[in-house]
Design a protein around this ligand. Structure first.
Ligand code: HEC
Ligand code: HEC
Length: 333
């Protein structure tokens, strides 16, 4: 009897200690979670360099030229360009708003600090030069420009200058494109068409063709599908990039504090626009390591047989993303 009650006490002591330890562990975990979320909230602010600091020296001239190339790309490289005819008539700024300085407007805050870096899409180290070439070939549905040209040096000088206040490894608030919450259903092209008609068509046109400026050199409203649009190898052809971009920026005049689309509308209209015809690009050599394909890469083959090409294009994306223990690093462009 005595023995029994001794055992009982021992068991109680063990239980109390176990509860104590597990409570401590929980506390530790909660503290870690809290720390992570505060870190998220105190993302550094992006201090955008002021162009009035640019004096007349050669490098400053190059930076200014780079900015002009980003803003008025078509004037130099479009179908009626003064230097070469190698791009589709769009400007870099059509997708990198305010010359790549707008918060959540697909800005260039990270370009300087994060290149050269390994890119999953090419399976190689990439420099900013390669990145700019990629944009010409995909987003601008064109050809590479001479990598030794003054123009390429100017693009790179501008990108390096605009991102110079960002420390390597940090990510300022509002950089790039926002990652939207996923829908728990596939994005819906039928609902998306209705959003397009009511909120996009007046500028981008009934056939997504955009509106060309008088003189025909560039667009007042750039095309969103059809032969003059970005091709299927462009990052904006991925649904998450398109939806995140327009949520904070379209209809034109919106920003992250004045959004005009709900998250659902953004995904649905993205599905509608990217289901329309876009120029072809051979993307079979992209992502040499199949397991590094982003969850919304719409072209197989994939490293798993669990999710169809259709689900990769339209979602639902959560099951795909959650399937990979460490989700593939985003492959920018
Ligand atoms: C008031 C006119 C207007 C409306 C409405 C509008 N846009 Fe735009 N959109 C623009 C302009 C102008 C640009 C280029 C911005 C620049 O160059 O600064 C643009 C750029 C874009 C781009 C990137 C460039 C391209 O053509 O691929 C996409 C994608 C886009 N808009 C999608 C949409 C969608 C989707 C809607 C509806 C939800 C929409 N826009 C509504 C004017 C508009
Ligand atoms: C049709 C839209 C579109 C056009 C036009 C476009 N881009 Fe992009 N660009 C993107 C998207 C989308 C990304 C990927 C952003 C991401 O992954 O979050 C990107 C990424 C980039 C990046 C990498 C940013 C980073 O932080 O990794 C650079 C640099 C860049 N573009 C430069 C250019 C230049 C220069 C031009 C013109 C020659 C151009 N882009 C034209 C859509 C476009």
């Amino acid at each position: 009897m005595l023995r029994k009650s001794n055992n009982f006490i021992v068991i109680i002591i063990i239980t109390i200690t176990a509860i104590g330890i597990s409570a401590c562990l929980h506390e530790e975990k909660d503290a870690a979670v809290e720390q992570a979320s505060t870190a998220k909230h105190i993302q550094p602010k992006w201090i955008i360099p002021d162009s009035s600091e640019l004096t007349g020296n050669d490098n400053d001239q190059l930076i200014k030229y780079g900015r002009a190339l980003v803003v008025n790309t078509a004037d130099y490289f479009g179908p009626k360009g003064s230097i070469a005819h190698v791009s589709n008539g769009m400007n870099c700024q059509n997708c990198h708003l305010n010359a790549g300085t707008k918060l959540f407007g697909n800005n260039f805050s990270l370009a300087a600090s994060s290149y050269p870096r390994y890119k999953e899409r090419s399976g190689a180290m990439e420099t900013l030069v390669k990145k700019v070439e990629d944009c010409f070939e995909r987003s601008m549905n064109g050809q590479e420009i001479d990598s030794n040209s003054r123009e390429m040096k100017a693009f790179v000088a501008y990108l390096e200058w605009i991102g110079k206040n960002v420390r390597k490894g940090t990510k300022p608030e509002g950089s790039g494109i926002e990652e939207l919450a996923f829908l728990d259903r596939p994005a819906d092209t039928v609902r998306g068409r209705a959003v397009f008609v009511s909120k996009c068509e007046r500028c981008h046109g009934k056939y997504g063709q955009g509106t060309i400026n008088p003189g025909g050199r560039d667009y007042a409203y750039p095309p969103v599908w059809g032969e003059h649009s970005y091709n299927i190898g462009a990052s904006i052809y991925r649904l998450s990039k398109f939806a995140g971009f327009i949520k904070n920026n379209m209809p034109f005049g919106s920003d992250h504090k004045h959004e005009q689309l709900t998250t659902e509308q953004a995904w649905d209209v993205a599905a509608f626009v990217n289901s329309r015809q876009h120029p072809y690009k051979n993307v079979t050599s992209d992502y040499p390591q199949l397991s590094s394909k982003p969850y919304d890469d719409p072209f197989g083959p994939y490293s798993d047989k669990l999710f169809s090409e259709n689900q990769r294009k339209y979602g639902p994306f959560a099951p795909i993303k959650n399937h990979y223990p460490s989700p593939p690093v985003e492959a920018a462009k």
